[in-house]
Design a protein around this ligand. Structure first.
Ligand code: NAP
Ligand code: MG
Length: 485
């Protein structure tokens, strides 16, 4: 691992080089497993944002990215995928130190996922098409559409999967021919900074990708208000998503918003419990529950409720908490002290509201921001632990007798990101896939995304989709051309 990288005086990556921030402010980078400061990053100002947007605008106007032959653009994105793989261990270790996640999870999930995303969108560069259409006077007119890149994209990403979320935004934006200013989360900016360099080494022209670190309320807000930004691609909280809608109104920016979730899992009495139980455990405790599509509400048929909850409790208690670099660690710390207190506040409020704790419910030992895997039951639909996204290792588990009632409770949410069903009855499964209100329905599978399948939310889980052709087209606009022959 390049400790050299950690020791650097990290700047802002603007116009193809490192630049200091305008005001010279710094932010500490904290290892959440120990609470220790491991590096510092630049705390950028609105003036820095102006410089980064100007660099992205200039690169877009110079047209040296969008006008590269599609094949050459695709090859460059493919090279970035290979470079991420070549630096996999370094990226995984940085992510583990900065976010706290188990090294193994970063090696198996985040890093290959980021590489796959670039590789997938590399393929789209040569497959962007318009259409010709029959209009009212066939033979006398020629009508067609073409796809154009939207322009300068502000990509604002969260701290739960820092490198992966950056890749989810950068790869489709670049495949579409846009230029980008990336703002990583202030808690986890290291891999985005390293990625900027790796991309430059692959031959990315200056100014096409810029990275500005700093605070959401400063850098994020300046980007979303900026008159020269054409689109904001955001993943994060619903609260900030709504602020962005307001900030984007000035120049009517296009928006994609991948916001929170409170995703239900339904376990029917005929389900294969040998698979459903471990998947439900992973569904809520993977990445310490800091997953937008985490299965945080569990509805189990009364016939199997005791068996399922007992199985989940046993497995939850067996999960080993610890620093990510320890190979036996299943569960890392939460990302920050502040976030841990927020999570604990929810658990306390749930108990005050009358919910019963089945396991967990306390901060972990040591200096790090650990939190015990926690399961509550006896909840009521109005409780905040049932309605709000906790974004930690906290599951609410309830029994149901009647399937219609279970669907109603599952759908009784402001969110609609994902829903999971466990049943061996094929007709029931297809029926539930229609009835459940969510952008993604999983049947007899724990999770996972694929770059060729659109991902995104209904209701207050967001606007737009990532991945697939739909995900690419979120970064493009259609121009119609009509010609008299
Ligand atoms: P957040 O505040 O929504 O942060 C997400 C990103 O937006 C970060 O880069 C953040 O920067 C930036 N940001 C913050 N305020 C902004 C503003 N006014 N304008 C533009 N950008 C802004 O999320 P968080 O505070 O990190 O986490 C809070 C909750 O959000 C979590 O507990 C969870 O419920 C939800 N969340 C959801 C997802 C998801 O995948 N859907 C991911 C993470 C969090 P800073 O980091 O510098 O503040
Ligand atoms: Mg950190």
């Amino acid at each position: 691992m390049s400790i050299d990288f950690l020791n650097r005086e990290h700047g802002l990556y603007i116009a193809g080089g490192w630049q200091p921030s305008d005001g010279g402010g710094r932010l500490d980078v904290i290892n959440p497993a120990t609470g220790a400061v491991i590096a510092t990053i630049a705390d950028a100002s609105p003036a820095d944002v102006d410089r980064a947007v100007a660099a992205a605008r200039a690169a877009f106007e110079r047209n040296d990215w969008a006008s590269l032959l599609p094949n050459a653009r695709g090859q460059l994105l493919w090279r970035i995928a290979e470079a991420i793989e070549a630096h996999a261990e370094e990226f995984a270790r940085l992510e583990c130190l900065d976010n706290g996640k188990p090294l193994l999870a970063a090696r198996r999930g985040d890093v290959p996922g980021a590489a796959d995303t670039f590789r997938y969108f590399a393929g789209w560069c040569t497959k962007i098409t318009g259409q010709t259409m029959q209009v009212s006077r066939p033979g006398q007119t020629f009508a067609y559409t073409m796809r154009e890149p939207l322009g300068v994209v502000a990509a604002i990403v969260p701290w739960n999967f820092p490198l992966l979320m950056a890749a989810w935004k950068l790869a489709p934006a670049l495949a579409a021919g846009c230029t980008v200013v990336l703002k990583p989360a202030e808690d986890t900016s290291l891999t985005a900074l390293r990625l900027a360099e790796v991309m430059a080494d692959c031959g990315m022209p200056a100014g096409v990708v810029n990275v500005v670190t700093g605070r959401g309320a400063t850098v994020g807000a300046a980007l979303t208000r900026h008159p020269d930004v054409n689109k904001v691609a955001f993943t994060g909280s619903t609260l900030v998503g709504k602020e962005i809608i307001g900030a984007a109104a000035g120049n009517l920016k296009k928006l994609t918003l991948e916001l929170g979730g409170k995703s239900p899992t339904l376990i029917l009495p005929d389900a294969d419990l040998t698979k459903a139980i471990p998947a439900a455990v992973m569904g809520i405790f993977h990445n310490a529950g800091q997953v937008c599509a985490a299965g945080s509400r569990l509805y189990v048929h009364e016939k199997v409720f005791d068996q399922v909850t007992e199985g989940i409790i046993q497995r939850a208690r067996a999960l080993r908490s610890g620093p990510g670099e320890v190979p036996t660690t299943d569960l890392g710390p939460l990302v920050s002290q502040r976030h841990r207190e927020r999570v604990h506040g929810y658990v306390e409020s749930g108990q005050r509201d009358g919910a019963q704790l089945l396991t967990g419910g306390a901060r972990g030992l040591g200096e790090g921001f650990f939190y015990e895997p926690t399961i509550l039951t006896g909840t009521k639909p109005h409780m905040s632990i049932v309605r709000e996204e906790i974004f930690g290792p906290v599951l609410v588990a309830e029994r149901f007798g009647d399937l219609d009632e279970a669907v109603e409770r599952a759908n009784d949410s402001d969110f609609g990101l994902s829903a999971t069903v466990w049943t061996t009855n094929l007709s029931l499964a297809h029926g539930l896939a229609r009835r459940l209100e969510a952008g993604t329905i999983r049947v007899n599978t724990g999770g996972g995304t694929d770059p060729n399948q659109p991902f995104g939310g209904t209701k207050q889980s967001g606007w737009g989709r990532e991945f697939g052709e739909e995900g690419l087209l979120e970064y493009m606009q259609t121009k119609s051309v009509l010609m008299t022959l």
